[in-house]
Design a protein around this ligand. Sequence first.
Ligand SMILES: O=C(O)c1ccccc1N[C@@H]1O[C@H](COP(=O)(O)O)[C@@H](O)[C@H]1O
Length: 209
Amino acid sequence: MRVKICGITSLEQGSAIAQLGANALGFICVKKSPRYLSPDNIARITCHLPPQVSRVGVFANTDTTEIISLLQQTHLTAVQLHGEETPEECNKLHSQLPNNIEVIKAIRVKSAESLQQTETYAPYVDTFLLDAYDPQQLGGTGKAFNWELLQNFNPPRPWFLAGGLTPNNIREALAIAIPNGIDLSSGVENSPGNKDLNLVQQLFQVLGS
Ligand SMILES: O=C(O)c1ccccc1N[C@@H]1O[C@H](COP(=O)(O)O)[C@@H](O)[C@H]1O
């Protein structure tokens, strides 16, 4: 299973988290987030990570040209679109990126209807990420959604489960849903952008048991 830890802001923590077992790390490129990291700082971290670790840039409603320019500066291997990007915008970005760059579309789940969006977006993205909906914040909310909605969820692309996941609730989540990957941010941190390595270690212990 893919395990993505998002909101990495330092090389020391990124390397330690990869060492503990994460195979994807996320870097927040949304300027108003407390976890925002500049392109220069992202590049300083990504160039030292093991090659098998996916490096995901998280964007929200960012212009395609800006995303492509940032990818060229940072050694990112994936783009997570976490805003109100339309299927047309996803198509435009996907068609302009090299095939080895993964496009992940976040769907913020309000109700069962939200899940139907995966059918519309599927031709234009590689992967989905399901997060909780919050009217105030785009992501990193620490809020979970109703996992029971996922019982018969079988989307046309691989998908990550995100939103309020912690070492304490991950077992319950995975007993209900069968995602291809999980994504944790605030559930494994001391404060925004400062990850708690003990909690990350605890997560891998639970996943391995
Ligand atoms: O983490 C942020 O600050 C953030 C800002 C803007 C868009 C997305 C963001 N984070 C994403 O939110 C989810 C879930 O986070 P949490 O585990 O509930 O804290 C995760 O996919 C992050 O990539």
